[in-house]
Design a binder for this molecule. Structure first.
Ligand code: SAM
Ligand code: SF4
Length: 342
């Protein structure tokens, strides 16, 4: 990058129209997955043709463009990031950016099925913290919700991650008629194993087989019950993400609550999401996006990517529109979470 580019502001901190600084990128590396969680995907999802998906080299170039503009943390997600072939190549490349002081963290959100094999190589590549999604500890319930019989593999994966030295946070989607009664046990299990745990309200993202309202569980109710069981103390701990955190009794573990429907959290939003086809979405709950792939594959990727990112900043909305209204979930978007990158 020469000086004239810098004068043009191509290296300036990404800042949206409301003055929020974007320091966190969630990069979806694939739309594919080895599970089919009912709230996330239909059983017969049609996946993208491979030629539409960015190569890992393109994802690295894109990541560096974000790092040049002030992004300090990158979370790889999907689909299931660890089913992307050669994913360790990208993790290692980003790990080098940490070593060079240009990035603070590379992390992942994963369903955990590949961790028995990949936990140690991930640690070696520079990963120190991951989120593992786990909605139940009951094998039959696990199969019912994910349509696959893989609970033990996930539990082995969590054990492997911790043995490798990676801190694990559990992500649990809270669902009525499914894990509502099991949530205290999940919190107990997580804290006994020295894992933080975050509960998430279901969001209206894409069509799935069940009406989302049927399983919607407001975390306001769950928190009241958990407070009685565990004595939750509010903390000021924030990761820059949407979760609000509580200390669980005197276990030293934290419980996070992500409440898109009962308590909008958008004011301090510092993140953007890029899909595996190179679309940047400024908000999980809005459809506005900019195509970064065209810029990336152009004759002048550096300039055009810079311009595309500036355009994207102008489109970042104040927040999502998810809400409950008269028993209906509103603010729906048509993309599944696995397409935008969770
Ligand atoms: N496959 C990885 C996993 O499951 O962790 C990463 C991608 S997944 C889309 C990321 C997160 O989104 C998971 O924690 C999952 O439970 C959550 N998720 C998926 N669909 C959701 C929805 N409609 N509402 C709330 N959370 C959802
Ligand atoms: Fe796959 Fe994650 Fe979606 Fe489950 S939540 S289907 S593991 S992408």
């Amino acid at each position: 990058m020469n000086n004239s580019h810098q004068k043009d502001g191509l290296h300036s901190q990404l800042t949206d129209q409301f003055g929020r600084k974007i320091s966190y990128l969630r990069l979806s590396v694939t739309d594919r997955c080895d599970l089919r969680c009912r709230y996330c995907m239909a059983e017969d999802m049609v996946f993208l043709p491979k030629h539409d998906v960015l190569s890992l080299e393109e994802m690295y170039t894109l990541s560096r463009a974000f790092i040049d503009r002030g992004v300090r943390r990158i979370r790889l997600t999907g689909g299931e990031p660890l089913v992307r072939k050669n994913i360790l190549w990208l993790v290692k490349a980003l790990g080098q950016e940490i070593e060079n002081g240009r990035l603070d963290e590379v992390t992942l959100t994963t369903n955990g099925t590949q961790l028995p094999l990949l936990a140690q190589p991930l640690y070696d590549a520079g990963v120190r913290r991951i989120n593992v999604s786990l909605d139940t500890l009951d094998p039959e319930q696990f199969e019912a919700i994910s349509r696959r019989d893989k609970l033990q593999t996930v539990l082995d994966g969590i054990t492997a991650a911790k043995a490798a030295g990676i801190k694990v946070k559990i992500n649990t989607v809270a669902m009525k008629h499914f894990n509502e009664d099991e949530i205290p046990e999940l919190v107990n299990w997580a804290t006994n194993n020295n894992n933080d745990i975050t509960l998430i309200e279901t969001m209206p993202l894409g069509d799935v087989s069940d009406a989302r309202e049927n399983n919607y569980l407001p975390l306001t109710d769950v928190k009241t019950k958990l407070d009685q069981a565990f004595n939750l103390t509010p903390t000021l701990y924030r990761t820059g993400g949407p979760a609000r955190y509580f200390e669980v009794g005197n276990t030293g573990a934290r419980l996070g609550l992500i409440t898109p429907l009962t308590n909008n959290f958008c004011d301090g939003c510092n993140r953007v999401r890029v899909t595996c086809t190179g679309r940047i979405y400024m908000c999980l709950g809005q459809d506005d996006h900019v195509d970064l792939r065209a810029a990336l594959r152009s004759n002048d990727p550096e300039i055009l990517l810079g311009q595309a990112l500036d355009k994207a900043m102008g489109l970042k909305p104040r927040g999502h529109d998810f809400a409950m209204s008269n028993g209906r979930m509103i603010g729906k978007v048509n993309r599944h979470m696995s397409q935008t990158g969770g």
